[in-house]
Design a protein around this ligand. Structure first.
Ligand code: C2E
Ligand code: MG
Ligand code: MG
Length: 657
């Protein structure tokens, strides 16, 4: 959960940023529209003001000025060129006095066409608009003009028509108060402005709401997209990419602040089997259940991710290897609780590989490889929770190098086989040999199998490698048979070999090629391989054993197989692991185990062979306990076969004590 929320925050931030941009962008046209409307409305208002001024002036001219002039005397075609008569002036004064007094006219002048001031309400004979002014000229030509001067005054120049002929006789220059006209328009403008402004605000609100809704659904969509890109659809856990990103973050912080923690890889055993036999639906159900159980077992700071089919990864910040293992035991126990799928009760087992940082690396890839390697070793060996050992052979880079080199080694025939004798008890005669592969590395010298087999098994190279070992060993066997030795040949095969469908066929073909009787060959399979995931292994073992080839259970006692795995298999030998053999002469628990394994082997109708016999004391104890055969440094180390007879017999009993 923490994970998800942490990842959604950027969307919210991006969403509000996007919304702010949208909101700001849609404000621009709204404001521009408002400003344009206001401006043109102001223009209209001024225009109307002028028209109003003109109309008012026309009324004054017609109703007051013209009668005053024409009542008192004749105005000829020359107009008022000669000035006003005294009567005209008096009646003008009378006519305008009222208007001036009431303030509906601020100033009034009667001008001749030449610009002379013939009458002025204040009695002056100078001032007024210059004759050259276009408005004055227009008025002499018979056109009225109004002009708003400042904010207070409107100036009107208009032709003065004083007689019935309608001919203009001069120019009337009027100054009217603009304030009252303007006030009316201003209140009209502001009313309109409020209406328009309100409309625009509403429009803006709608636009902003649209933007908000759009950005919100966009950011939700983006969040959903990212959730899908970083989560596994089936289990809802973070996916491989998200795990990587998160681990990188945590590792960077750990490097900075000196933190520690563990990276774990988890692989389910027998998942393929469930999928194949119960169907994908059951497989999905299993994965979901396992995911839930694991999530429930880990802490709030831990991260669990599904990184592949039946592969999971964990990041356990702040835990040491010991703490991680303790937690994984808990996880394992929860995971293995019985689960009923399609009516079939199942117990799910998982393998866990652990790498800790900074000890095993501070790079995600490196840690994952090491955890993978450890997990893989767990699958091969006895333990289901394995911490990376830190050994050089286990170094993942080394491992990749080994894989590449091993490919060439097979082509260049750099592998060699050494043989270790197996002797009968109590007699001590060599009755067989076990082929053990080594690599004559051009730079690193003779390498033991532990240095390269894990890499071979993990890469699939084990298939051609085993074929090479079988072919070479059977050929060598022809050699010692020719010298009169009747030894059996034991060859180790891994679980991977048994899973390859054509393997039994390959073995029988090689036997035929070298003319070897099947009962001269013994294939050693580790206990863990027999317990492995698949029916294929059991089928291959049954087929090989059925053909008369010996089947030996190697390293018995170290695996965690239930004995039921052995039932029904054609087992001819059980090899007791040297871990129990080493101190069997002294340790009573080892004695109890070895005794019961010998009994088990006999009960199954097979031989019991002790591995790793190094002392005569152990040899004696084993012989007394009824062990059939023995192998170990006491009788001979692995050597090229021509040296065997010599070594086995030349070494006096107890030489290695
Ligand atoms: P393994 O099959 O259990 O082989 C016995 C190992 O124990 C050999 O190690 C052998 O050298 C060692 N050993 C024998 N006697 C003694 C003893 O008295 N004391 C001690 N301490 N060790 C003793 P090696 O050769 O290093 O092989 C290790 C493992 O590698 C083998 O264990 C086997 O599982 C695997 N292996 C070897 N060759 C092959 C091969 O050709 N194919 C496959 N698949 N696995 C192989
Ligand atoms: Mg073996
Ligand atoms: Mg062994």
């Amino acid at each position: 959960m923490r994970f998800r929320r942490a990842h959604r925050r950027p969307h919210v931030r991006n969403g509000s940023r996007l919304f702010a941009t949208y909101a700001a962008a849609s404000l621009v046209p709204v404001v521009a529209l408002g400003a344009l409307t206001l401006h043109s409305y102001r223009e209209d208002a001024a225009e109307q003001g002028r028209a109003q001024g003109l109309a008012q002036a026309a009324v004054i001219a017609e109703m007051a000025v013209a009668p005053a002039l024409s009542n008192e005397g004749y105005i000829g075609s020359a107009g008022l060129a000669d000035g006003l008569t005294a009567e005209q002036a008096t009646s003008m004064r009378e006519a305008t006095e009222q208007a001036i007094f009431r303030g509906s006219v601020l100033r009034l002048r009667v001008r001749s066409f030449t610009g002379r001031v013939l009458f002025s309400d204040d009695g002056s004979t100078t001032g007024g608009v210059p004759v050259a002014d276009p408005d004055f000229q227009a008025a002499t030509a018979g056109e009225s003009r109004a002009e708003v001067i400042g904010t207070e005054v409107i100036r009107v120049l208009q032709p003065l028509v004083a007689n019935a002929s309608g001919q203009s006789v001069g120019v009337l220059e009027l100054y009217l108060p603009y304030a009252t006209i303007a006030d009316r328009f201003h209140s009209q403008v502001s009313r309109t402005w409020w209406r328009i402004g309100g409309g625009l605000a509403a429009l803006y609100l709608v636009l902003a709401m649209l933007a908000w809704w759009t950005t919100r659904s966009l950011s939700r969509y983006a969040a959903r997209q990212e959730y899908q890109a970083t989560h596994d659809a089936l289990t809802g856990l973070p996916n491989r990419a998200a795990f990587r990103a998160r681990t990188e973050q945590v590792l960077a912080a750990a490097v900075r602040d000196g933190g520690t923690g563990a990276v774990v890889l988890v692989d389910l055993n027998r998942f393929k089997e469930v999928n194949d036999t119960l169907g994908h639906h059951a497989g999905d159900e299993l994965l979901r259940t396992v995911a839930q159980r694991m999530s429930a077992a880990i802490g709030p700071a831990d991260v669990l991710a599904r990184i592949g089919g039946d592969e999971f990864a964990m990041l356990l910040p702040g835990r040491t290897a010991t703490e991680a293992v303790a937690l994984l035991r808990e996880v394992r126990d929860r995971v293995s609780d019985e689960l009923v799928l399609e009516g079939v009760p199942l117990s799910i087992e998982a393998a866990f590989g652990v790498a800790v940082y900074p000890e095993h690396g501070t790079d995600v890839q490196e840690l994952k490889q090491r955890a993978d390697f450890a997990m893989y070793q767990g699958k091969r060996g006895a333990s289901d929770i394995v911490v990376h050992s830190g050994s050089d052979a286990a170094h993942p880079h080394q491992w990749l190098v080994v894989q590449a080199e091993l490919r060439h080694a097979l082509e260049r025939d750099e592998l060699v086989l050494h043989y270790q004798p197996k002797v009968t008890l109590p007699g001590g005669e060599v009755c067989g040999v076990e082929a053990l592969v080594r690599w004559q590395h051009p730079q690193r010298g003779l390498l033991p199998p532990g240095e390269f087999l894990p890499a071979a098994e993990h890469s699939g190279l084990i298939v051609p490698l085993t074929e090479w070992v079988l072919r070479r060993a059977l050929t060598d066997q022809v050699g010692w048979t020719a010298t009169g030795q009747e030894w059996t040949l034991s060859v180790n095969v891994s679980a991977r070999n048994l899973e390859v469908p054509g393997f039994p066929r390959l073995v029988t073909d090689l036997l035929a090629e070298t003319g070897t009787a099947p009962d001269r060959l013994i294939l050693e399979v580790t206990e863990t391989a027999l317990a492995a995931d698949t029916d294929e292994v059991a089928r291959a073992v049954a087929e090989l054993g059925g053909g008369g080839i010996g089947i030996s259970v190697d390293d018995f006692g170290t695996g965690y197989t239930s004995l039921s795995h052995l039932r029904g298999l054609p087992i001819t030998e059980i090899k007791i692991d040297r871990a129990f053999v080493a101190d069997v002469a002294r340790d009573s628990q080892s004695q109890a185990i070895v005794r019961s394994v010998i009994e088990l082997a006999h009960g199954l109708g097979s031989r019991a062979t002790a591995e790793g016999v190094e002392t005569a004391e152990v040899r004696r104890w084993l012989a007394e306990a009824g062990c059939d055969e023995a192998q170990g440094y006491l009788f001979g180390r692995p050597v090229p076969w021509p040296q065997i007879s010599v070594t086995a017999h030349a070494e006096p009993e107890g030489a290695n004590r």
